[in-house]
Ligand binder design. Structure first.
Ligand code: ATP
Ligand code: MG
Length: 252
């Protein structure tokens, strides 16, 4: 079954068609790149997929469910999770708590359980901590768990955002320029981490990225947008040579 199925997706902002008849299908455990020049509509596509914006037209199926009437948190429950182009962490919370909070999205204890701190509450809190610690281990950040998020070096804040997105146990992970602001060594490291996540968590990933080396190096398939429209899609080698893609980037 496909994890994501998008057809005819369109949104207008005033007179501007920011996304114009976009379509994509992503299957289980696929890693797909979404690239395009500045202002092409990439982040807007993520905002549509996650329910932040309602489309003017078109359909989105996440894990087989139509998301049209859903709120962003309901779409998370379907198994879709994202990171943001501009890091959005709880800056004054610890690294561990940033992940624990995300895990709470899938907890089942209620307000009463929490107030009396009964067994159900304690079990789920313990599970949240366990998941958070093991995610930090994956990212080589266990030693930072008690640091405040705001005190982490930039590259580690980016990683923490990805770890947090994984805490909801997604089937689809949407990464919006995860390497932005990283140095070449951090970018290289991140490339490996993204591949590792795909294999380890059996998750499908849609990756927006400006760093061509990163995208070409790890994606199985790439979709290129310009002015809201798909101008090319296919294997990295074909995309690299595609005249429309070269023109879109040189024209920047
Ligand atoms: N809420 C909004 N209201 C009006 N216009 C918007 C809104 N959000 C995005 N846009 C416009 O839609 C277009 C696409 O923007 P978007 O942020 O999706 O591009 P992008 O491909 O993510 O660019 P970048 O690579 O710079 O992040 C731009 O022209 C932008 O100004
Ligand atoms: Mg963007």
């Amino acid at each position: 079954m496909s994890i994501l199925e998008v057809k005819d997706l369109t949104i207008m902002f005033g007179g501007l068609k920011a996304v114009d008849q976009f379509e994509i299908t992503i299957h289980e455990n696929e890693l797909v790149g979404l690239i395009g020049p500045n202002g092409a509509g990439k982040t807007t596509i993520f905002n549509l997929l996650t329910g932040v914006y309602k489309p003017t037209n078109g359909s989105i199926l996440v894990n087989g469910s139509v998301t049209k009437m859903m709120k962003p948190n309901e779409i998370v429950m379907l198994g879709s999770s994202r990171t943001f182009q501009n890091i959005r962490l709880f800056k004054n919370m610890t690294v561990l708590d940033n992940i624990r909070v995300a895990y709470h999205n899938r907890m089942t204890y209620n307000y009463f359980d929490g107030v009396v701190k009964n067994k159900k509450y304690r079990d789920e809190e313990a599970a949240a901590t366990e998941v958070a610690v093991s995610l930090l281990e994956v990212f080589g950040m266990k030693g930072y768990q008690n640091d405040l998020a705001k005190n982490l070096p930039y590259g580690k804040q980016r990683k923490l955002e990805i770890a947090r997105a994984l805490a909801t146990n997604p089937k689809l992970l949407l990464l919006d320029e995860p390497a932005a602001g990283m140095n070449p060594q951090e970018t290289e490291e991140l490339m490996h981490t993204i591949r590792f996540i795909k294999d380890q968590f059996k998750v499908s990933i849609l990756l927006i990225e400006h760093d061509m080396k990163l995208v070409m190096g790890i994606c199985e398939r790439i979709v290129v947008v310009d002015y809201g429209k798909i101008i090319a899609s296919g294997a990295p080698e074909a995309i690299r040579k595609n005249p429309a893609v070269i023109k879109a980037y040189l024209g920047e």
